[in-house]
Design a binder for this molecule. Structure first.
Ligand code: SF4
Length: 334
């Protein structure tokens, strides 16, 4: 593919003395001439904000949609998954730091239309922006999402939810489904470990839900950091208060990048699962083997709805998304 010419960056303002203010995310950078933002995706070039990775792709793979993870969105289908380098958070435990935090990540050219055509040709249900942070790849995600929609495909974001309300509102009509990381229900954790704040993430989750996007949430459970009962209960309270069923994934942490806490014990994940299931119907475990927290079962009659093995899902839902045993329609997009 040939790289598309980058358009002007969205959501920025010129400042005196050749500086540029970025209004895309809550970090709120003011960049001097030649300076790049800490996200590594935008830079002041001659007093104008430039999107550094427009038309550049660092990773691309055809993944099961379950791997995003999305367990209630077209179960069993594949989705073409793409990423550029960069992220506006700097989580010490980043499991994808080679892509999100490293300098000089190799990229290759891509076009919005080319990615949509590749997704269609591979029989993919759509295009997923994942692995690093898609919200700061904003202009290309917007254009590729439009191309995907024009090709009859679905658009998925796997995101940290750290975007300002204006740009988010502009993007949401192009998004069908999202998995959003809620790293902890603790602003001190966000400030200390991720160099960010909690409230903009919670506001973004609410905005996705309100916009009618299919939403699932992921919490990476890190021993000694966000795994006590009170922390888990605060997260469950938040999910229960979202006003519609939102699947919650507890994911196992493994030591990575700057955080070298021990890996999450299986017992910790099972404790999280057990506590969350007291109030939520749809709770899953990820990054861990075993059957517990893997399949989807009907909350009414306990019939198997989606049978999962590894990242593969086999749906037993009716074409209308109902339980095959009791006939109650379930909160799945099929
Ligand atoms: S998107 Fe990047 S440059 Fe813009 S405010 Fe956020 S971190 Fe700074």
């Amino acid at each position: 593919m040939t790289a598309a010419a980058p358009p002007a960056a969205a959501w920025w303002r010129p400042l005196p003395n050749g500086q540029a203010a970025c209004d895309l995310c809550p970090v709120g950078c003011r960049l001097r001439e030649g300076q790049a933002g800490p996200c590594g995706t935008r830079a002041n070039r001659g007093g104008v904000m430039a999107p550094l990775h427009y038309g550049r792709v660092a990773a691309m793979a055809l993944d099961p949609v379950e791997k995003k993870p999305l367990h209630h969105f077209h179960p069993g289908r594949d989705i073409l998954s793409v990423a550029a380098p960069g992220c506006n958070l700097h989580c010490a435990f980043c499991q994808n730091w080679h892509l999100s935090q490293a300098a000089d990540v190799p990229t290759r050219p891509a076009t919005a239309e080319g990615l949509a055509a590749a997704a269609r040709d591979h029989g993919s249900v759509g295009l997923a922006f994942t692995y690093s942070e898609p919200l700061v790849w904003y202009e290309f995600v917007r254009d590729a999402a439009q191309a995907a929609r024009a090709a009859g495909l679905k658009v998925v974001l796997v995101t940290n939810g750290y975007l300002n309300p204006g740009p988010l509102a502009e993007l949401l009509p192009l998004v069908d489904a999202a998995n959003i990381d809620v790293k902890a229900m603790d602003d001190r954790f966000y400030r200390r470990v991720c160099k960010a704040r909690l409230q903009p993430v919670l506001d973004a989750v609410a905005a996705f839900v309100e916009a009618g996007v299919h939403v699932e949430l992921t919490n990476l459970v890190i021993p000694g950091h966000n795994d006590d009962d009170a922390a888990l209960d605060r997260l469950v309270d938040f999910v229960a208060g979202l006003g519609r069923p939102v699947p919650l994934h507890f994911s196992a942490y493994r030591p990575a990048w700057r955080l070298q806490a021990p890996p999450t014990p299986r017992a910790t994940l099972e404790r999280a699962l057990e506590r969350a299931r007291r109030r939520l119907d749809w709770v899953y475990l990820g990054n861990v083997g075993g059957a517990e927290g893997r399949d989807s079962r009907c909350p009414h009659c306990a019939a198997l709805l989606v049978d999962r093995s590894g990242y593969r899902g086999a749906s037993r839902l009716t074409p209308q998304g109902a339980c095959p045993a009791c006939g109650v329609v379930q909160p799945f997009v099929v």
